[in-house]
Design a protein around this ligand. Structure first.
Ligand code: ZN
Length: 269
């Protein structure tokens, strides 16, 4: 069980912070919402996206980019119901060594080809992307950055006045930084949205679990970024149990679309 659990927060960058501050999460969240306007959140996300795309290789395969956008659209349609007016968009980054996906404030989301290659069907990828959508819907990044840096500094970053802080935010968002990103409460909330969107969009919610198992099997590998995540951010039994409970409460006959997924991602193997 430990292996299965440990992958939950590990490779997916949605790391659980086990520093004992979860009781403060709701207060922190409320404070962040007061501090950071939607305008600042969106501008900050755009600034970070420019940096992410300058530091990474955006996948040149236009057909693959379209396919992942197409796969994600039904999930985005669901997210609009909870948080309208946001330009949710997914971009594939070409790095087979990164088994990861992440979201920036205000809508931009990224998935690495390493994760696309690991997933074996649309339901597995949809489960992860829906979780990332949940972080955007709940404004987790904006709230955390607002309380960590203060709104004045965030506004400075949007104006290009704080390059070092921008670099730190980008590194943290992409999983390369020193900060664990989200609290356990944030992860719980993103899981809730994610499973809901996955089911409502017509994907098999069990895909998330089978992807977690694959990531868990990878965890014993060499000293790569994935293993570092797993060592420093063990997942909780509670999280996986809760996801399974939510899935069992909302039985569905969603699709997995394995053959189509494998055809579209064949070039990554
Ligand atoms: Zn997460």
């Amino acid at each position: 069980m430990n292996r299965v659990h440990s992958l939950l927060c590990s490779g997916l960058i949605c790391l659980v912070t086990l520093v004992g501050n979860n009781g403060c999460a709701s207060v922190r969240q409320a404070l962040g919402q007061q501090l950071v306007s939607v305008e600042t959140e969106v501008e900050l996300g755009q600034k970070m996206a420019l940096q992410i795309e300058a530091e990474n290789t955006v996948m040149r395969d236009a057909q693959l980019q379209r396919y992942v956008r197409h796969l994600m659209q039904p999930l985005i349609d669901q997210a609009w119901g909870d948080r309208p007016g946001i330009d949710y968009r997914i971009t594939v980054l070409d790095d087979p060594t990164q088994v990861n996906a992440f979201a920036l404030p205000g809508g931009p989301m990224y998935v690495y080809t390493g994760l696309l290659a690991l997933a074996e069907d649309e339901a597995e990828l949809a489960g992860v992307l829906a979780h990332e959508l949940g972080h955007v819907v709940a404004r987790h990044s904006a709230n955390r950055l607002g309380t960590q840096f203060g709104v004045q500094l965030l506004m400075g970053v949007t104006l290009g006045e704080a390059p070092e802080e921008l670099a730190q935010m980008v590194a943290d968002a992409a999983g390369a930084g020193a900060m664990a990103r989200f609290s356990r409460d944030d992860e719980r909330q993103a899981d809730g949205y994610g499973v809901k969107y996955t089911i409502a969009a017509g994907y098999d919610p069990a895909g998330l679990m089978s992807l977690f198992e694959k990531i868990g099997r990878l965890g014993g590998g060499k000293g790569d970024s994935l293993e570092r995540f797993m060592a420093s951010h063990p997942a909780t039994d509670e999280r996986i149990t809760r996801i399974q409970k939510q899935i069992s409460r909302e039985p569905s006959a969603g699709v997995r679309n394995g053959p189509r997924y494998q055809e579209m991602t064949a070039g990554l193997h």
